[in-house]
Design a protein around this ligand. Sequence first.
Ligand code: SF4
Length: 470
Amino acid sequence: MLAELKGLNEECGIFGIWGHPDSAQITYYGLHSLQHRGQEGAGIVVTDGEKLKTIKGTGLVTEVFKQDEMTDLYGKAAIGHVRYATAGGGGYENVQPLLFRSQSGGLALAHNGNLVNANALKHQLEGQGSIFQTTSDTEVLAHLIKRGGNLPLNDRVKNALTMLKGAYAFLVMTEDEMMIALDPLGMRPLSLGRLGDAYVVASETCAFDVVGATYEREVEPGELIIISDEGIRTERFSGFQSRAICSMEYIYFARPDSNVGRINVHSARKNLGRWLALEAPAEADVVTGVPDSSISAAIGYAEAMGIPYEIGLIKNRYVGRTFIQPSQSLREQGVKMKLSPVRGIVEGKRVVMVDDSIVRGTTSRRIVNMLRQAGATEVHVRISSPPIKNPCYYGIDTSTREELIASSRSVEEIRQIIGADSLSFISNEGLLSAIGRPDMDENRGQCMACFTGKYPTEIFPDTVHPHEKC
Ligand code: SF4
């Protein structure tokens, strides 16, 4: 479904390249392909081997970077970031990559994820004299690296990383090297690729396809990769643990053409739809999916049920952030901006509407109502995630526990609220069977915390939920 409708938002996407004369431009295209991971701000830092230069700003990638300014951003390597920011957190100073300059040189940082012990570390660092320039948890890493004394940078970075808890994929760049790190549980996706002799790294592999790079491998949890003109080497900052990659990447966030943890996202979603059909079949005439992220699951559901998949809902792609919002009265008159039913498809039909998740329930109610107004005789809602009952502390803004409709209501109560003829969610077991890796632990390599409440890391009393962050 549409992120801005749902109240479920990714926090960031990162891209980096080392060893290419057009590194800034390539990073621009890489970030553009990761735009779905964050639309509030974007930035690129480039190195020419002597100094770091940056362009960053609030807005979409196409709004932040201008053609004439990009020509000044010349260098052999670059890191970039797209950011989603919650209310109050979208200020320019929090747009990444963060860039710190000191007499010993520059340090740029780009981060996807959320640190659950950021507040505790901040208090500690402030007590020791650190002054923070931003309200972003990412800055904590910079201070920890800086406090590492005279050790080589890779050791300072490793020591700093061992102090962090939570979900993180980090890119760290100085004038003459780039470092790539993934948290010990591998909660966020991060892949390594090649573009000729250059190395590329991205949150999602769709960025590789866009810039013409080839996929090499996943960055391993607890791994620190160091790339410079001397080549690439890898070190570890934590022991091997079972992975806990975010299930919502497969269900909702990642682009269908990406492979996350070597699993294609479209195929994973189709599998979710197939499992959902096994667990919750419906007697219906057509299956439709809520665009864009639910379409793959709807196709899987339709295939498994032997019911035709049809485009029953259309997304208007041209509703930008500056679009004039209709007043409440116009909304009540039925002005539909972002999603419209296809009357010719749903009229007189029993419809299965597949969606990837229900967060607050308001959008689901609106869509069910829309389908009925367009003439659907029955609307059966099938959800390709289990009920989201718990907030995420790892970089996904899932709303607060109170706002999550499933945190305090049964499936039947939710069905009544959204006005569907029937409602089913995929089970936890169905989700793990559809996308989990059988060779891994009971969670088969997935984080399931927003469904189960079993957080894979410690959660501290002052852990900031992304919805309240900044
Ligand atoms: S709690 Fe949910 S949204 Fe957050 S990382 Fe885990 S699976 Fe993803």
